[in-house]
Design a protein around this ligand. Structure first.
Ligand SMILES: NC(=O)NCCC(=O)O
Length: 433
């Protein structure tokens, strides 16, 4: 495993490769030379003053005759805990609120339209301990908890959409906990929430001790800046999860995460990028940074000695485009804000070239179903292109309408007839028929 001090793969290549070779390596590794965006001087100065990395890249699409460019700027925020997990709960939450508030102000200076934070951003990732208190005290209402109220203020003040992944306490339904992302519109209205659909039971990720798989399906939110969805952390390992968000109309899928190097770092650059390619959409992978040391020891159930930390959260947040290009990752070691300008026209353009989803989309039309929540609120405009965005066919403009439900057999399984070892395919079984 790379040591925590190793700042980033891309930086290492930049430092050690001659320019010609670097161009070739980037062509293969990132899908091309990333197009850097210039940012306002005051944003760069603020990031340096506040000690976080600020990087910005753009993904253009081909010019079309009938549709204007549909430009949206996303902001991905990764951060360490400002206070250690042994600090009082309210102080930890307050310090995180202040840190995010200052980073969002810089995002706004950079023209960000949709900002997303890391998974369970208001707390240490304490599920490794299996202890209930004090960690469950970080849970709050998705609709009107203090964190959602902060996000509403930020959304209104800066005219941006906020995706806020928290530990949710659902007081209206038996007080149960969920791993939830709250989506706040640029008008300040809570547009809705999305819950983690796959809960890890791997290594120290003992999350099923706290909450179960989400019950909300794969909601997509219509915002003034495009249709967005949230596939929380472990969901990125499940290709069908991305597919369902995409079939429900998502053009940008955020993947707020908390993951450590020993488990997943080799998978990290591949999974969200592959999802962008396979589903003709943009994906935004965000991971926290640093080591979180807990007050009491815990074991990993693997016979190894008890320990106080989970491992190294390696940051490396990045954005992938549907045509396979991606930004370099943010640092493995520092807080950071990654700004990416996306032309959403690239989703359809790439689909027209590759058609990876064509049979699924056909089924979607037959099922007549999409799951979209619409934002009727105001907020900063994105130009004509925003006004022209429409929910996908079959979707209501104001609420969740239905879940994607295939009504016909999807794929067939063919079996070899044992008497014909040369591999002639014989028998067809329609799955689900
Ligand atoms: N937070 C979370 O689901 N982590 C699981 C580990 C991983 O997905 O890499």
């Amino acid at each position: 495993m790379a040591s925590p001090e190793f700042p980033s793969l891309e930086r290492s290549l930049e430092e050690h490769l001659p320019p010609d070779e670097l161009r070739n390596v980037r062509r293969i590794l990132l899908g091309g030379e990333p197009r850097k965006l210039s940012l306002p001087a005051e944003a760069l100065a603020a990031a340096s003053e506040l000690d976080f990395e600020l990087a910005a890249f753009g993904f253009e699409a081909a010019e079309e005759q009938l549709r204007p460019a549909r430009l949206v700027r996303v902001g991905l925020v990764q951060n360490r805990l400002p206070l250690p997990p042994c600090a009082p709960v309210a102080e930890q939450v307050g310090a995180l609120h202040r840190r995010i508030e200052e980073m969002v102000a810089v995002a706004a200076q950079c023209g960000v339209n949709v900002v997303c934070f890391q998974e369970a951003w208001t707390m240490p990732f304490a599920f490794c301990t299996r202890e209930k208190l004090p960690w469950t005290e970080f849970a709050e209402s998705a609709e009107d908890g203090p964190t959602t109220r902060l996000c509403q203020r930020l959304a209104r003040a800066h005219g941006l959409v906020v995706v806020s992944p928290i530990l949710e306490r659902d007081e209206a339904h038996g007080d149960v906990l969920w791993n939830t992302a709250v989506v706040v519109s640029s008008s300040g209205a809570v547009l809705g929430k999305s819950r983690k659909n796959h809960v890890p039971r791997v290594g120290d990720f003992n999350e099923a001790t706290y909450y179960m798989e989400g019950t909300l399906g794969h909601p997509v939110f219509q915002t003034p800046f495009g249709r967005i969805a949230v596939n929380i952390c472990y969901g990125r390992h499940h290709p069908l999860n991305w597919l369902l968000y995409s079939l429900n109309g998502a053009e940008i899928i955020f993947n707020p995460s908390a993951t450590v190097g020993a488990l997943s770092e080799a998978l990290w650059p591949i999974e969200a990028r592959n999802a962008a390619i396979a589903n003709h959409c943009f994906t935004c992978a965000i991971n926290r940074v640093g080591v979180e040391r807990f007050p009491r020891e815990f074991t990993s159930g693997d016979g190894k000695p008890a320990h106080r930390d989970f491992g190294y959260f390696y940051g490396s947040s990045y954005v992938s485009a549907p045509d396979g290009r991606r930004t370099p990752g943010l640092s493995r070691t520092r807080d950071g804000l990654l700004v990416a300008e996306l032309d959403l026209n690239l989703c359809r353009q790439t689909g027209d070239i590759w058609n990876f989803k064509v049979c699924w989309e056909g089924l979607e039309c037959r099922a007549g179903a999409s799951e979209v929540r619409s934002d009727q609120g105001g907020g900063r405009g994105m130009g004509r292109s925003c006004q022209e965005m429409e929910p996908p066919q079959g979707a209501s403009s104001s609420s969740l309408v239905s879940k994607w439900r295939p009504e016909a057999p999807l794929h067939s399984v063919w079996q070899l007839r044992p008497t014909e070892p040369d591999g002639i395919l014989d028998k067809q079984h329609a799955v689900g028929a």
